[in-house]
Ligand binder design. Structure first.
Ligand SMILES: *[C@@H]1O[C@H](CO)[C@@H](O)[C@H](O)[C@H]1NC(C)=O
Ligand SMILES: *[C@@H]1O[C@H](CO)[C@@H](O)[C@H](O)[C@H]1NC(C)=O
Length: 291
């Protein structure tokens, strides 16, 4: 716990200017209780060869282990996921020893293998407690991952344009409202939305240049429960780059309980925004973790 706090103390001063959009809306989850969101709607199976950086995060509570979130390996020892995946509804950290990670596999790992999964040495978020739009967490693995197990993905830190080709992947539910994660990693292509479009539904929305990226779903292609922490990627010359990770979704119709699929908006944390802070925390040059 001391180590965890230390890590946060290192990250905190770097992030004092991080809140340029005060409160992202979340009509369905008012009060901070963000529902686990990780399942791809209208998706198709992801190829192991494309997703060698994928991570699965499991959580043990009262001796019961469950799949918690998707994650992404960005160095041989660092997994990124959503901050809400490692915090409770008050946005306080869960116990680090109750989290375990498995990397490099597109098939969902059986919960019974919890004790064989990789424990965490440290974890921290970017002052998520006070800034909900900073829904990004760093998980420092207790051991290095070898390239034959999983390969890290580099961060895309260029400007986000509305026409950037992206896809999202996760082990989330494939039917809205279900609680059973997908047994295989699913992916789907989505369209990034313009700031003007997103401002229509979220008066606090600023732009896709801040900590989050906004996506409206017209086609029904979407991320959903259980996809939280999963990668939003773009492919350049055959290589995948990490644009964002899944945060949460809401319906444009605030009275609707359906938060994934058609007529919804999904938010992703933008990794390019956090890249220099991550590099500083790791004490590596930014070029080592970016495109
Ligand atoms: C929706 O996702 C499928 C793959 O899951 C893809 O083939 C299709 O082009 C996507 N539609 C749009 C509008 O992006
Ligand atoms: C903006 O919204 C309109 C519908 O109001 C949609 O047709 C268009 O594709 C959206 N464009 C972007 C870039 O978000």
């Amino acid at each position: 716990m001391i180590l965890t706090n230390l890590y946060i103390a290192i990250l905190l001063p770097l992030l004092t200017n991080a809140d340029n959009s005060p409160e992202a809306i979340d009509h369905n989850n008012e009060g901070g209780d963000i529902k686990l969101v990780t399942n791809i709607i209208k998706g198709e199976p992801a190829q192991q060869s494309d997703y060698k950086f994928i991570a699965q995060i499991f959580y043990r509570r009262d001796d019961r282990v469950s799949f918690k979130c998707t994650g992404v390996l960005i160095t041989p020892r660092l997994v990124v996921t959503a901050a809400h995946c490692i915090t409770d509804k008050n946005r306080d950290y869960v116990k680090i020893q109750d989290l375990r990670v498995s990397v490099g596999k597109v098939n969902l790992i059986n919960v019974e293998n919890f004790n064989q999964m990789i424990p965490l040495a440290l974890m921290g978020a970017f002052n998520y407690k006070n800034h909900r739009q900073n829904d990004l967490a760093l998980l420092n693995l207790a051991e290095y991952v070898y390239p034959d197990e999983a390969t890290p993905i580099k961060i895309y830190d260029r400007r986000i344009t509305d026409d950037l080709n992206v896809e999202v992947a996760g082990f989330g539910v494939t039917v809205s409202g279900s609680s059973i994660p997908s047994s295989i990693l699913m992916k789907t292509a989505i369209d990034i939305s313009s700031s003007a479009n997103c401002s229509t539904y979220n008066s606090n929305w600023n732009s896709n240049s801040g900590p989050q990226i906004c996506q409206e779903s017209y086609s029904g292609n979407d991320s959903c429960q259980g996809d939280s922490g999963g990668p939003l990627t773009t492919k350049i010359d055959g290589n995948m780059y990490l644009v964002g990770i899944t945060n949460y979704g809401t319906n444009k119709d605030v009275t609707s309980k359906i938060v994934c699929g058609e007529n919804t908006i999904a938010y992703y944390s933008r990794l390019g925004y956090f890249a220099s802070s991550i590099a500083d925390a790791l004490k590596v040059p930014i070029g080592e973790i970016t495109i």
